[in-house]
Each structure stands twice: as C-alpha cells, then as structure tokens.
Design a protein around this ligand. Sequence first.
Ligand code: PGA
Length: 252
Amino acid sequence: MTKRRKLAAGNWKMNGTSAELGEVSALIKAHPAPGCDILLCPPATLLSRMAGQIGDAPIAVGGQDCHAELSGAHTGDISAGMLVDAGASHVILGHSERRSDHDEHDEDVRAKARAALAAGLKVVICVGETLAEREAANTLEIIGGQLAGSIPDLVTGDTLIVAYEPVWAIGTGKVPTTDQIGEVHDFIRLKLEKRLGAGVALSVRILYGGSVKASNAAEIFAVSNVDGALVGGASLKSADFSPIIAALEASG
Ligand code: PGA
C-alpha cells in the first residue's frame, strides 16, 4: 500500500494581522519535528512575513487563491508567481467561499491550477456539495463533476492535493458522519485512479475540511482515504491547531 505523508493544512481565510504572527512562533515551538506535513495559508498580506518567520522550520506556507494569468491589468488580484515570490509553496484553489463569493466555476479553478503548477506551486483543490445537493442525493455526482472540471491534466501525486469540504460543514460546527466522509473520500480516490492512473492517484493526499477541531479530529483521521485536514477556524490559534496536528501524527 502506498504510504502517504499526512498533511495538516490551516486556512486562515480573511483573518490575521501582524499581531497573530505570534501564533506561528507557538506552532513552530510545539512541532519542531512533526510527524506529518504542516501548511499554513494566511491572508496574502502576511505571506511574506510568515514565510520569513518560519525560515527553515518544517512548516510550509501557501496562498488562498491566485489569478490564472501571469500578470496584467487585474486590480486586486495576485498571480501564482507573486505567491512564489512571497515564499509560498502551495495554493488553495476552488474553495467554496471563492466559488460562492466570486462566482468561480470549475473551469476557472482549472485555469488557476494550471498557472499555479506552471509557477511551481502545489495545488490544494477544494470540492464539496451544498446541503441541498446532499439532500437530493447528488453528492457523488457533484463531487465527480468538480473533480473532472477543476483538476488540470498535468498534476502529479506530489503537486495535487484534494480537499473534500462539504459546504454545509464549513464554519457551522456540523460534521458529516465518518461513513459519509469515507464514502466521498473512497469515491475521490477511485475517480483519481480512473483519471490519472493508480500510480499517481495513490500518492495524492485527500484532505477532509469542515468544522475539524481537536475533539473530532482523531475520529475523522481514522477514516479510510483521509490523509489529513484543511482546517479553518481551528487553525487560527496554535492551542487549537496543535492538538489536531497531534491527532494526525498519532493516526499513523
Ligand atoms: P472550518 O473551515 O474549519 O472553519 O469549518 C474549513 C475550510 O473552509 O477550509
């Protein structure tokens, strides 16, 4: 069986100013030699300082979005190359908040992912169904469509990370059952195998995201094909994120 190194990713969303960089120091101190990969995705304004602060410590830094073009007249946007320049090694793409707040569709996510890969970034591509879609028993169809539409061809097991984030579980405190998580993660693995071949697909990390916290992490990490988590609210404070990382390390 392919052994995938687990990944604990924190998505700070639109939270954090200089004052919160102390949380990063605390996290570095708490995990000097982590038994899993750790990724922090702060707002763009903090990227460069956070990357400098982390230095050689084993924590990666990522952006939360990028533009599909290399440069140009796109006021307010950030290119993949700019993220790299600021110290990022990863970028989250297609998060449901981008899809809903900015009307991003699968083809936009795919174009951004192409640009990110070309710039040398690893991409964390998010997929997930709404509550209405789940209640209509359309979850797998929706996830399958998002995977097919959002993932570009040129990915490898190293450069692609998929995050399954049910929209109704994000920031709500509601979490799917472990059976529901397992069903979707197994389905994603199967779809990746069909699309990319087993060699690549078995190396891709599939993260669960949506109201992950210290109290539910161990249970979620025990589910098959869950290779880590994309954590929002509980990644903002080291005291909350650290036990989630510990649970991931303990999950083996
Ligand atoms: P949450 O967010 O952990 O605050 O639910 C997860 C995410 O949107 O990545």
